[in-house]
Design a protein around this ligand. Structure first.
Ligand SMILES: Cc1ncc(COP(=O)(O)O)c(C=O)c1O
Length: 402
């Protein structure tokens, strides 16, 4: 037996790999605040569960490969709120945004082709690119500039005759950066000029703070043939376990070929589509979204206010999503996180963060950075920041950030 090169080359999830250390701490009776994972704790909209409870059919049959019509129609109504011009025929329901990403990469590139991704990036992009045999060409973003794009020249020099797509999360996981209209236009212009696609991962579109504006890559009429939208209800509707996402494009060639993959995997879970289709039209939809928004904004402020008062930590106030990447005054963030879980607590409480190195494609980058996800309550985040501050004072591998 062999294990394929493909799998041997695939990285483990940097978000999940330190969980065993957290479990060990928990066995010792320590509470571990999990700042590592983007699993919202906000209650899923009631309409989702009600629709599933009311499902009245003796057979849970396969759904259409494209998705059940009510789900597709509810997506179209949802996109209208954001001026995204997708109609049902432009959409396929997927098993989370994850499957949409795999479908997109498999459809528009051959093994050996390249995709350009700003780093740090959502680590599973790497795994999906490995699956599709693609080489990731990173454009490095810096904490000091709020993880915004460098000059157009710096990005354009990454484009070769093998480049097939940009993959961009906006707002970004892990940095929380919201790209400006100028940045979205810059990437769009490059995509048109070089005839490459944009895989636009916009699963955090509602979480944009401080009056910043979410600009979709689908807002440019002249670029619609170059854009594939990747979407998911996991984050916006606090519904990660439903595994409902979507892929959408005005490019018929793309969607016709994505459909072959959708047919091969038969369908997405029927009941979860029934539930998800009911969310957007529920009477308390706006209230739900407002409450979720206010809660994430409060948490973002709590984390940032905590971080900015810790000596040696470099962090910007993120403008979107529910993440933050910070530079810590440590020799190695992963070592620090493990040390923390094994050796440090305040009143039997400690924290688990995600080492940011796994979010970079360039070796060595992010070694002293961590990603925070703020999916726990604000009071716990406040205590978490205190734990971080005191742990940094006690950590034997402390350095100064240059
Ligand atoms: C930027 C981004 N895209 C896609 C996903 C995939 O999510 P899901 O498969 O749950 O829709 C995630 C999950 O964290 C994400 O952060």
């Amino acid at each position: 037996m062999i294990i394929s090169d493909r799998m041997q080359n695939m990285q483990s999830s940097p978000i999940r790999k330190l969980i065993p250390y957290a479990q060990e701490a928990e066995k010792k009776g320590i509470t571990v605040f999990r700042l590592n994972i983007g699993q919202p704790d906000i209650a899923t909209p009631k309409a989702f569960l009600e629709a599933i409870r009311n499902y009245d059919n003796d057979v849970i049959a396969y759904a259409h490969s494209q998705g059940i019509p009510p789900m597709l129609e509810s997506l179209v109504r949802y996109y209208k709120k954001f001026d995204i011009p997708l109609e049902t025929e432009d959409l396929i329901v997927t098993t989370g945004g994850s499957e949409a990403l795999i479908f997109a990469m498999m459809t528009i590139a051959n093994p050996g082709d390249e995709v350009i991704i700003p780093e740090p990036f959502y680590a599973n992009y790497n795994s999906f690119a490995t699956l599709a045999g693609l080489t990731v060409k990173p454009v490095t973003l810096k904490a000091e500039t709020g993880f915004h794009f460098p000059s157009v020249e710096e990005i354009e020099e990454k484009i070769t005759d093998k480049t097939r797509a940009f993959i961009i999360a906006n707002p970004s996981n892990p940095t929380g950066t919201v790209y400006t209209k100028e940045e979205v236009d810059m990437i769009t212009d490059l995509a048109i000029k070089h005839d490459i696609m944009i895989i636009a991962d916009e699963v955090y579109r509602e979480f944009v703070y401080d009056g910043e504006k979410y600009v979709s890559f689908m807002h440019r009429d002249d670029a619609l043939q170059n854009v594939i939208l990747v979407d998911s209800i996991s984050k916006r509707f606090s519904n990660c376990g439903a595994r409902i996402g979507a892929i959408g494009s005005k490019n018929k060639d793309v969607m016709t070929n994505v459909m072959k993959l959708a047919q091969a995997r038969l369908s997405v879970a029927t009941l979860e589509q029934v539930g998800a289709a009911a969310i957007v039209d529920a009477p308390d939809y706006d209230e739900f979204m407002q409450e979720a928004y206010d809660e994430y904004k409060l948490r973002r402020d709590t984390v940032y206010n905590g971080l900015k008062n810790i000596k040696g930590v470099v962090a910007e106030q993120p403008k979107g999503a529910f993440y933050n990447v910070a530079k810590l005054p440590v020799d190695d963030a992963e070592k620090f996180i493990i040390w923390l879980l094994e050796n440090f607590n305040i009143d039997n409480e400690t924290i688990l963060m995600a080492p940011a190195e796994g979010f970079y494609a360039t070796p060595g980058l992010g070694k002293n950075e961590v990603r925070f996800s703020y999916c726990i309550k604000s009071e716990e985040l406040e205590r978490s920041m205190k734990i971080l501050e005191k742990a940094l004072e006690a950590y034997p591998g402390r350095t100064e950030v240059e």
